[in-house]
Design a protein around this ligand. Structure first.
Ligand code: ASP
Length: 604
């Protein structure tokens, strides 16, 4: 009689000392086998973990014989008795107190020799691992990622369910959405020359759900963007998508931070203090040089433009005269940095567009604070020196690093410098989870090359009520660019350790405001109608004030699990070229398929 593998009593990670004496039925993969002078030991593995099996030739010669023929990754089912390991307890294994003395075994499936060892730490390159992802999935880190992802997704769904959100699915075959990345297109068979777009997000649909009276919506939604890939980018990725009717930013932020706090507690047992700090975009850029500030460490950026005006230093004066700024960061005990280190930073910062890296060391000479090396000779004026020390709080032994130029470039350079120096000098405390909201984003950005205004978030994001006058809503007037760029949005991003987890906004529900936004973006009424026709139409039939957010699920799992890449937390990810090594997608199709789609002219 074959063993009833469908009646397994435990998984391979479940048995403990308290189970000694029980008869159990286990099934799984051979992780490891050792034939020790007659006694055969097998490590049996399944999703739950590993249990050691012992086959003794004197008690069960038949089972022992089968056990001797086993090889890595064979699939077996065994029945046996749980026994204590006595002196041989393995404290590194959850099941290490016991082993199963097996007396019956069935070989369910043989395996070819795997191309690499199925172990926790392996050097095998990622391409090969992904080609054989069915083997890679058996490794603990990969299993752990998927299990954690499941737990996080479940926590999120439960949170929103408890608070009255409906989980609604939205179409995958659809029309362009407004996120502004490149679309994936799917040709229509029935209407040659027409294409569906895969959604970059469910943005338009979730707004329609609100207009349709669904009140609160959430979806774990797959999104598609045809962009160049990076470690934290995949052509298809998952968003926790949320929308609510009759809300202000605080309501959306309140739910999202409570949900994230629950997720973090559930996933890694850390308590996040709520409410999260709110930092304006302007403040984030000024003090951290980024719109996603890392609050785990200080070294904030200080503005010293007024003091720099008092110097004759050309590198400071010229940008200031052109309307720019001079700012700096203070590296605590940075004087100990070697010439090699600072020269290295200088070269790198030049690589992102800076002219150089002006710096000084703060030292002491005869009881006086003095500046040394770098640009010290330009800062000798007592007033300048005192002013800088006061404005920056720099102490003897510190190093001050400057950037001068337009506001935007200075933010970029010092933002880079702050995080790079923090990383290199180990200033980032471990196991800290610093979260915040960044609010009051500008509604519009300006593309210098295209000479055009673009939406910072998407064109349905609402301006702040108090900034409507800057847009001249209610008149046909096009305001000057300075005013347009001053308009702030009811938009918010949630940030963890300097990484944006997601962002959203309150949407425009007034057609006059929406019309004006399109106009300022250079879209004619007609163009807007063609692009977003159904939303424009719906907005005219009683749209409630509404708003929402989308969070990057892959990124959340990656950060909480301590993984390096979002590929690590996706079951079947793609590589940098956009290809799937396992299925070899994208791949050629038959001429017949192309003909049906009216695309056969593409084949040469
Ligand atoms: N759909 C937006 C995005 O994917 C998020 C939102 O506004 O809710 O960025």
């Amino acid at each position: 009689m074959p063993l009833p593998y469908n009646e397994r009593t435990h998984d391979c990670g479940a048995l403990r000392g308290a189970d000694v004496g029980k008869t159990v039925l286990l099934a799984g993969w051979v992780d490891n086998f050792r034939d020790l002078g007659g006694m055969v030991f097998i490590d049996l593995r399944d999703r739950g973990g590993i249990t050691q099996l012992r086959f003794d030739p004197t008690t069960d010669p038949k089972a022992h014989e089968v056990a001797r023929s086993l090889r890595s990754e064979y699939v077996i089912c065994v029945r046996g008795e749980v026994v204590h390991r006595g002196e041989k307890v393995n404290p590194n294994l959850p099941t290490g107190e016991i082993e199963v003395k097996a007396h019956e075994i069935d070989l369910l499936s043989k395996s070819k020799t795997p191309p690499y060892l199925i172990a926790d730490e392996i050097e095998t390159n990622e391409d090969l691992r992904l080609q054989t992802r069915f083997l890679d999935l058996r490794r603990t880190p990969v299993k752990r990622a998927l299990m954690m992802r499941h737990r996080i997704t479940k926590t999120i769904r439960d949170y929103f369910d408890r608070h009255g959100f409906l989980d609604v699915e939205t179409p995958i075959l659809t029309k362009s959405t407004p996120e502004g990345a490149r679309d994936y297109l799917v040709p229509s068979r029935l209407e040659h020359g027409s294409f569906y777009a895969l959604p970059q997000s469910p943005q338009l649909f979730k707004q329609l759900l609100m207009i349709g009276g669904m009140d609160r919506y959430m979806q774990i939604a797959r999104c598609f963007r045809d962009e160049d890939l990076r470690a934290d980018r995949q052509p298809e990725f998952t968003q926790v998508d949320v929308e609510m009717a009759f809300v202000q930013p605080e309501n959306v932020m309140g739910h999202v931070e409570a949900c994230l706090a629950e997720v973090i507690r559930e996933a890694i047992g850390v308590e996040i203090k709520l409410p999260l700090p709110r930092i304006s975009y302007a403040e984030a850029m000024k003090s951290y040089g980024r719109d996603a500030p890392d609050l785990r460490y200080g070294m904030t950026i200080k503005d010293v433009t007024e003091i720099a005006k008092k110097t004759d230093f050309k590198v400071f004066r010229e940008p200031i005269d052109a309307g720019g700024v001079v700012r700096c960061i203070v590296v605590e005990r940075g004087s100990e940095m070697t010439r090699k280190e600072t020269d290295g930073l200088t070269e790198e910062i030049k690589g992102i567009g800076a002219g150089g890296l002006p710096l000084v060391k703060v030292a002491e000479e005869g009881g006086n604070v003095v500046f040394q090396t770098g640009i010290a000779k330009f800062l000798e004026n007592e007033d300048v020196k005192k002013g800088l020390i006061e404005a920056t709080g720099a102490k003897v032994g510190d190093l001050i690093m400057f950037a001068a130029g337009s506001e935007a470039t200075v933010c970029k350079h010092l933002g880079w410098l702050r995080s790079t120096v923090a990383e290199r000098r180990n200033l980032i405390p471990e196991n800290q989870w610093a979260m915040c909201w960044v609010v009051d984003f500008p509604l519009f950005g300006y593309d210098d090359e295209e000479k055009a205004v673009y939406p910072m978030h998407h064109p349905f994001t609402s301006p702040k009520d108090e900034d409507l006058h800057l847009m001249r809503v209610g008149s046909d007037e096009i305001p000057p660019k300075e005013d347009i760029l001053k308009v702030r949005a009811k938009a918010y991003d949630v940030v963890l350790n300097g990484i944006e987890l997601g962002g959203g906004s309150i949407r425009i529900h007034r057609s006059d405001v929406q019309g004006k936004v399109f106009k300022l973006l250079g879209l004619s009424d007609e163009e807007a109608r063609v692009k977003f026709q159904f939303l424009m139409e719906a907005l005219q039939f009683g749209a409630p004030p509404h708003g929402g957010i989308a969070l990057g699920l892959d990124r959340i799992v990656m950060l909480l699990g301590g993984f390096d890449s979002i590929r690590d937390v996706i079951a079947f990810p793609k590589v940098a070229s956009g290809a799937c090594p396992l299925t070899e997608a994208p791949s050629e199709v038959t001429t017949r398929q192309l003909r049906e789609l009216g695309l056969d002219r593409l084949r040469t």
